[in-house]
Design a protein. Structure first.
Length: 97
């Protein structure tokens, strides 16, 4: 009985780990993923890719969200004319990293 319980427990833990989003393959970061993305979605994607795709660099200007890919290509998503983005960079011991 103990053997069956341990087997069941191992299967359940494995199933739980495989269903955890952080352990699944991250979506491919490429310019095609930004094809029909608006500025708000681009900002959310930039925040997500900061951790899941660190090779993709992103920044924001007063007019657009800019993505720089490892192959040297660049994709710019324009911000709406009537909206403004304010970025705050708090620091304790240094400024931006």
């Amino acid at each position: 009985m103990k053997k069956y319980f341990l087997t069941f427990l191992a299967v359940m833990i494995t199933a739980w780990l495989l269903s955890t989003p952080e352990l699944q393959a991250a979506p491919q970061a490429d310019s095609a993923a930004l094809a029909k993305t608006d500025a708000r979605q681009a900002l959310a994607l930039a925040n997500e890719w900061k951790w899941s795709q660190p090779a993709v660099k992103s920044s924001i200007t007063s007019r657009e969200v800019v993505f720089q890919f490892p192959d040297g290509s660049e994709k710019k998503i324009p911000l709406p004319q009537d909206k403004m983005m304010v970025a705050v960079a708090p620091y304790l011991n240094q400024t931006h990293t």
